[in-house]
Design a protein around this ligand. Structure first.
Ligand code: NAI
Length: 699
C-alpha cells in the first residue's frame, strides 16, 4: 500500500507512503481516490486531510512511470485532483519538507493548505524540458499572482514555504504550522475549524490577471527564450500561464495539456529525461548490490598538492571531511595551500562563500612531509606526476604506512591502474579516481575499477563521490578510460579536418553551433597542447600504426602550448580567455598541406559535426564491447558532465540513437572512402553494426 487511510474522530487522514519521496505512481493515486471515496461515504467524517509520510509531502510524478503509459492510466493525476477539488467535504493539504511538481499540483487541488516552515516548494518540470501538466500553470498563478508563479514555473527552482508565505495577497497557504513535528495535530485542528465552511474555496475559481496583460507576457517570453537558448520549454511555460489569464479555467487547462503533450515529444525533453534517468543509473554497478557494506571514510590524505591535488582537496573540505596533503618539499605544500586559499578567497569576494565557512574549511586542512603521518587516514588519493616510476614509489610508501582497510586511490589519467595496484600487497584496496580539471568545479568523476578492486571499495567510493557532489561513472582499465579514449578519436578527426581544408576556427565554430561548450581546438588550448603531444610521443612506439595529422606536433614545436603560454591554436591576452585567430597558425597548416601535396577542399559544418561526433560514437561502441563501460547511458553522462557535450542532445549515444544508428553507419561508410581519413577506424564497431542492422538503439 502506498497510501493509507485513517479516521481520527470526525477527520479522515489520507497519508501518501511511497518512499523515498511519495511519488504519485498509479498505486498511490488509486490509494488517494479510494481514501476520498471512503471519506465521502462515511457520514461521521466531516473533513479530510491529505499528507505525506516520511521525508516529503510529495516529490511529484513517479520516475519509474516515466515514458510508460502508466502515468496516464486512470485515475491519472488530473482526475485525482478533480476528485479533491469537487469533494463536498473540505480537503486540507498538510504540506511539509517537499512539495514538488505533481505533489504541488495535488496540494493546489485541495480546498485549504497548511504548510510546515522550511518546506521546498517547486514546479521543476521545465528541468525535464516539460511544463507542469496537471494544472500547475493554471492554478499557481491564481494563488501567487502571475509574476511569482511564472518565475517559479520557468526556472523550476524551489522556494521555501516561509518566503512564499510572505508574498502579499498570496493564497497558496492558509496557515503556517509551527513546525514539521506539530503539523499533523495542527492540520487536524485546522480541518475541524473549516468543517462547516461553505462554499468550499477552489483555486480554479480565483481570478487570474496581469495588469500589463499581453505586453508583460511578450516581455517574459523574450526573456525566457534568451535564457533557454536550445530549449523550447521555458517560452512554452509563458504561453501556458498567459492562457490562464485569458478565458475560462477549462480553456487554460486545454492549452496546458496540448503544450505538455507537444513538449513530451521534443528531442530536447527526451534528452533531458534520458539524462535524468542516466544520472541515477550511473551510480548502480551491476554486480555490486546497493546494500554492499561500505568502509567508513572520515578522513582523506592527498599526495601531491599541484593542480589536481589542490582541487581534489577542496571537494573534501567543502563536504566537511578533514584533508591532509603530502608533498616532498615544504615550498610545494605552501604553494598548494596558497592556491586553495586564493580559490576560496575569490569565492568570498564574489559573495559565494561566507567568511566563517571559509575559515571552517581551511581549519580542516593540514599538511605533512612524512608518510608516517598518514597512518590513521581512511582514504588516500594520489595526484603526483604522471610517471609510472613516481607512482610506484608513492604506492610502495602508501602500502607501508596506511592502515589495513584504507582505500588507496590514484588520480592517474592515462596509466594502468592494475599496474599501480600491483605495487602494493593489497591490490583489492586500490582504485582509480579520475577527477577532471578544475577538480573543484567539474562534476564528473571516472571511478576506475581495477581487476582486483574489492566490491566494497567500489560501493564506498561511489558514495564518497555523492558526498563530494560528483557524478560518478564506473570505467574499466584501458588507455584513457572512457572519456579520454573517446576524445582521442575526436581530436584525431579534428586534425584530419585541418589537413583537408578547415581552419581551427571553422571546426570550433561548427562544434560550438552544435552545442559543445568549446570546440576541439579551444579545448586543446585550455587543457594544454603539450599534454597530448607527450601522450602521442609515448604512444608512437606502442601504437605506431595509428595515423595522426602532424599539425598539432608542429604547433607544439613552436612552443604554442595553449592558454598557459598565451599562444596555442589561437592567441590569448593575459587574464582573458577569448581565442583570437592567428594568421601564422593558419599559414603553418597551409604549408603542411602543401608539403603533403593536399589540395584543400571546402568542408561543410554538417560534415565537421558528423565526423567528430560519430568518431566518439564508434569508439564508444568499442568501449561497450570491451566491457570498459557498463552501459551506453554512462557514456552520455561522461560526455555531458566532463566534456561539455550539449545537454539538449542527451549525450553522444542518445544523439546517435535519435538520428538512427542505420544513418550513423551509412555516414561512417562514406567517411571510410576518404583517402585522407582513417578507413580502418571508420569500420563500424561490431556492436554498432549489429544494432544498426537490427534497427535497435544503444540506450
Ligand atoms: P602537477 O604537476 O600540477 O602536480 C603534481 C604535484 O605532485 C606537484 O606539486 C609535485 O610536487 C607533486 N609530487 C611529485 N612527485 C611527488 C612525490 N613523489 N611525492 C609527493 N608529491 C609529489 O600535476 P597535476 O596536473 O595535478 O596532475 C597530477 C595527476 O593528476 C597526474 O597523474 C595527472 O595525470 C592527473 N590528472 C591531471 C589532470 C589535469 O588536467 N591536469 C586531469 C586528471 C588527472
Amino acid at each position: 500500500m502506498t497510501a493509507h487511510y485513517k479516521v481520527h474522530g470526525d477527520v479522515a487522514v489520507i497519508t501518501l507512503d511511497n518512499p523515498p519521496v511519495n511519488g504519485l505512481g498509479l498505486a498511490t493515486r488509486q490509494g488517494i481516490a479510494d481514501g476520498m471515496a471512503m471519506a465521502t461515504a462515511d457520514a461521521a467524517v466531516k473533513a479530510i486531510v491529505i499528507t505525506g509520510a516520511g521525508k516529503a509531502f510529495s516529490g511529484g510524478a513517479d520516475i519509474k512511470e516515466f515514458g510508460s503509459s502508466k502515468a496516464m492510466q486512470e485515475p491519472n493525476l488530473n482526475s485525482v485532483i478533480g476528485v479533491l477539488e469537487n469533494s463536498t467535504k473540505p480537503v486540507v493539504g498538510a504540506i511539509h519538507t517537499v512539495a514538488m511538481g505533481g505533489g504541488l499540483e495535488l496540494a493546489l487541488g485541495c480546498h485549504y493548505r497548511i504548510v510546515a516552515p522550511g518546506s521546498s516548494i517547486a514546479l521543476p518540470e521545465v528541468k525535464l524540458g516539460l511544463l507542469p501538466g496537471a494544472g500547475g500553470t493554471q492554478r499557481l498563478p491564481r494563488v501567487l499572482g502571475v509574476e511569482p508563479a511564472l518565475n517559479m514555473i520557468v526556472s523550476g527552482e524551489a522556494i521555501k514555504s516561509d518566503m512564499l508565505a510572505m508574498l502579499p495577497g498570496q493564497k497558496l497557504f492558509d496557515k503556517m504550522a509551527v513546525s514539521v513535528e506539530s503539523l499533523a495535530e495542527e492540520a487536524l485542528a485546522f480541518a475541524r475549524s473549516v468543517a462547516d465552511a461553505r462554499p468550499l474555496p477552489r483555486v480554479r475559481d480565483l481570478p487570474c490577471k496581469h495588469p500589463q496583460g499581453d505586453a508583460y507576457f511578450q516581455f517574459a517570453r523574450n526573456m525566457a527564450k534568451g535564457m533557454a537558448k536550445n530549449f523550447p520549454a521555458p517560452a512554452k511555460c509563458v504561453d501556458a500561464v498567459q492562457a490562464a489569464t485569458k478565458g475560462k479555467f477549462e480553456a487554460g487547462m486545454a492549452v496546458e495539456r496540448e503544450i505538455f503533450i507537444n513538449l513530451m515529444w521534443t528531442a530536447e525533453s527526451k534528452s533531458l529525461r534520458h539524462l535524468f534517468l542516466a544520472e541515477r543509473a550511473a551510480s548502480k554497478i551491476p554486480d555490486v548490490p546497493a546494500d554492499t557494506a561500505q568502509r567508513a571514510i572520515n578522513s582523506v590524505a592527498i599526495i601531491g598538492a599541484g593542480t589536481m591535488g589542490g582541487g581534489i582537496a577542496m571537494n573534501f573540505l567543502n563536504a566537511g571531511v578533514p584533508v591532509k596533503m603530502l608533498e616532498m618539499k615544504q615550498e610545494a605544500l605552501d604553494r598548494g595551500v596558497a592556491t586553495i586559499r586564493k580559490n576560496y578567497e575569490a569565492q568570498v569576494k564574489k559573495g559565494k562563500l561566507k567568511q566563517d565557512k571559509y575559515e571552517q574549511r581551511m581549519a580542516l586542512l593540514s599538511t605533512t612531509l612524512s608518510y608516517d603521518d598518514l597512518t590513521g587516514t581512511d582514504m588516500v588519493i594520489e595526484a603526483v606526476f604522471e610517471e609510472i616510476g613516481v607512482k610506484e614509489a608513492v604506492f610502495k610508501e602508501l602500502d607501508r604506512v596506511m592502515k589495513p582497510g584504507a582505500i588507496l586511490a590514484s588520480n592517474t589519467s592515462t596509466l594502468d591502474v592494475n599496474k599501480i595496484a600491483s605495487f602494493t600487497k593489497r591490490p583489492e584496496d586500490v582504485v582509480g579516481l579520475h577527477f577532471f580539471s578544475p577538480a573543484n568545479v567539474m562534476k564528473l568523476l571516472e571511478v576506475v575499477r581495477g581487476e582486483k578492486t574489492a566490491k566494497d571499495v567500489m560501493a564506498t567510493v561511489m558514495s564518497v563521490a555523492k558526498k563530494i557532489k560528483k557524478t560518478a561513472v564506473v570505467s574499466g582499465v584501458c588507455d584513457g578510460f572512457i572519456g579520454n579514449r573517446m576524445i582521442e578519436q575526436y581530436g584525431r578527426q579534428g586534425g584530419f579536418l585541418l589537413d583537408e581544408g578547415c581552419t581551427p576556427e571553422q571546426v570550433d565554430k561548427a562544434m560550438e553551433k552544435f552545442g559543445m561548450a568549446m570546440g576541439p581546438f579551444r579545448m586543446g588550448d585550455l587543457a594544454g597542447n603539450d599534454i597530448g603531444w607527450a601522450i602521442r610521443k609515448r604512444r608512437a612506439t606502442e601504437r605506431a600504426e595509428m595515423k595522426y595529422s602532424k599539425t598539432a606536433d608542429l604547433l607544439c614545436e613552436k612552443g604554442r602550448f595553449g592558454q598557459k603560454t598565451g599562444a596555442g591554436w589561437y592567441d590569448y591576452v593575459a587574464g582573458k580567455r577569448d581565442a583570437i585567430p592567428n594568421a601564422e597558425v593558419v599559414q603553418m597548416i597551409e604549408d603542411y598541406r602543401k608539403a603533403q601535396g593536399i589540395t584543400p577542399r571546402k568542408i561543410s559544418d554538417e560534415e565537421i559535426v558528423q565526423r567528430l561526433v560519430f568518431a566518439l560514437v564508434n569508439e564508444a561502441a568499442r568501449i561497450l564491447e570491451d566491457g570498459i563501460a557498463n552501459k551506453a547511458s554512462d557514456i552520455d553522462i561522461v560526455y555531458i558532465f566532463g566534456y561539455g557535450f550539449p545537454a539538449h542532445r542527451g549525450g553522444p549515444m542518445n544523439y546517435a540513437d535519435e538520428l538512427g544508428l542505420f544513418n550513423v553507419v551509412q555516414a561512417m561508410n562514406r567517411f571510410a572512402q576518404n583517402p585522407l581519413d582513417d578507413a580502418k577506424f571508420w569500420q563500424p564497431a561490431p556492436l554498432l553494426a549489429k544494432l544498426a542492422a537490427e534497427g535497435k538503439t544503444f540506450n
